[in-house]
Design a protein around this ligand. Structure first.
Ligand SMILES: [Zn+2]
Length: 493
């Protein structure tokens, strides 16, 4: 009996062990299945098919040690996807560097997002390279280097570093320019020669003092080919205070090797009444945010264009040839006031369009200043300062200040009408300086830059029919007259 019981005990014990084993095996099998499901759910999550939570659910109840590696992978994917979402948002908001930093943390296992992250990073790199190269062409070396530097700090793309180094080296290659500075000037361009040269009493004046659109474009091409480069007038001097007085002093000018500085100015950008219907533009306007001209055609229709006068033509030329301008410099716009400015009759407060005209002019002035143009006084009434009385000069300057200065802002540039310059101890010269002018422009074929009584004086060469016909030899450094001369001009007398 005792023996039987003993055997039964063993049997029961064995059965218990077997059952336990069986249970254990069953448990192990179901764990394996869950682990497999968890693993494949991670793949689905990597491919963006399910959410993090849906994948995480499969890990519940599993022993941490067993699924440690899978959990690491799941967390890495979660972090990658978060970086991708934030990086994409930053990119759309225009925060490129922040976006690049975030997208760089998207991992290859994140199948859903990796390719897209790489594409966006490449787009950021390309945009930075293009922008920096374009800036460097316009000689914005420091700005281009800083721009690329920000991306170089967060990127391993060697092309970025190479481009930045090349730009830094170019910046070091700037050389002192020791020659004369050429200063050229124009009036409004003749856009339609058949209207300007129509045999009326104005024809001769236009033939003498104006330049045609074709000539201006060819001149730009020639000067560009000859390594001229537009520079800002304010690069030519330093300001010092001598005996308590603001005093302009000559400043060394550094340019890319081989380049020659060129200053350009425009006289009488007023679009006077007398020019109406004579083949000139009628006014400047803003068109798609850029400065263009509005021309009233003989049939009464209006033509908006960017190739009918100096301002838009030069703007377009510099857009296409950024290396023609040192740091975006364009030129100086000289305006009188007696018939308003830029083609708007801002002199007549009783005009029904007065308020609108003022608002329009302010918008155009703002855009011109943003795009490298400066304004100069050309006196209010186009007066001959040399011949007029001190009293008249005073009155004229006041009027310019009130009606024109209020629109174009403060300026220290003064273009003498008729080139009739006063200087030195002339009381009219002292008077003009009281209005804040201390850079004065006269007319002469060759530019002589002088510093006198605290001011800077510079002559300018008119590139018009008169100069081209009478003294082509004075222009040979700029272009050959026969290459640019408009054969539609009437003969010279
Ligand atoms: Zn003038």
């Amino acid at each position: 009996m005792g023996k039987k019981l003993y055997i039964a005990g063993i049997v029961i014990y064995l059965m218990m062990i077997l059952t336990a084993c069986n249970l254990n095996t069953k448990a192990k099998n179901s764990d394996q299945q869950q682990i497999f499901k968890f693993k494949s759910s991670i793949e689905q999550y990597a491919n963006g098919k399910i959410s993090y939570e849906d994948s995480f659910k499969f890990s519940e109840g599993l022993v941490d040690d067993v699924i440690r590696d899978f959990m690491v992978k799941l967390k890495a994917l979660q972090s990658s996807k978060e970086h991708y979402t934030k990086g994409t948002k930053a990119y759309e908001a225009g925060r490129a560097i922040e976006s690049y930093k975030l997208l760089k943390q998207v991992i290859q296992e994140d199948v859903e997002n990796y390719a897209s992250a790489i594409r966006t990073m490449k787009a950021i790199e390309d945009h930075y390279l293009d922008t920096a190269n374009q800036m460097a062409k316009g000689h914005f070396y420091d700005e281009a280097s800083t721009l690329l530097g920000a991306l170089v700090d967060v990127s391993v793309n060697s092309q970025l570093i190479e481009t930045k180094t090349a730009i830094d080296n170019k910046n070091k290659e700037m050389v002192l320019y020791t020659g004369d500075v050429r200063h050229i000037f124009f009036h409004s361009l003749i856009a339609f020669t058949e209207l300007a040269f129509d045999g009326d009493y104005m024809e001769e004046g236009y033939n003498y003092w104006m330049t045609t659109v074709d000539e201006f474009k060819k001149m730009l091409d020639e000067m560009y080919k000859r390594d001229f480069m537009l520079v800002d007038i304010h690069l030519l001097y330093d300001i010092e205070v001598v005996d308590g007085k603001r005093t302009l002093k000559k400043k060394d000018i550094y340019l890319p090797k081989g380049k020659k500085p060129l200053i350009l100015s425009l006289d009488d950008l007023n679009y006077y009444d007398y020019m109406e219907n004579d083949g000139f533009a009628d006014r400047l306007v803003l068109h798609n945010g850029e400065v263009a001209t509005d021309t009233k055609l003989p049939d009464g229709k209006h033509l908006i264009a960017r190739d009918h006068d100096c301002v838009p033509i030069l703007d377009v030329f510099v857009e296409e040839h950024p290396d023609f301008s040192y740091r975006g410099a364009k030129g100086i716009i000289g305006v009188t006031g007696y018939e308003g400015i830029l083609g708007y009759r801002t002199d007549d407060a009783s005009s029904p369009t007065y308020q609108q005209d003022i608002a329009d002019v302010k918008g155009i002035v703002k855009r011109l200043k943003e795009t490298g143009w400066h304004f100069a006084s050309h006196s209010y009434g186009h007066i001959n300062v040399e011949k007029q009385s001190l009293k008249r000069v005073k009155k004229d300057s006041n009027q310019w200040d009130e009606e024109v200065g209020s629109l174009v802002g403060d300026t220290n540039l003064y273009i003498y009408p008729y080139g009739a310059a006063v200087q030195g101890h002339d009381e009219k010269f002292t008077e003009l300086q009281k209005y804040g002018f201390d850079i004065f422009f006269g007319v002469c074929a060759y530019t002589s830059l002088r510093f006198d009584s605290g001011a800077m004086l510079m002559d300018r060469c008119n590139l018009d029919g008169y100069r081209m016909s009478k003294a082509p030899y004075q222009l040979v450094d700029l272009f050959e007259v026969e290459d640019v001369y408009d054969t539609r001009r009437p003969p010279f007398h």
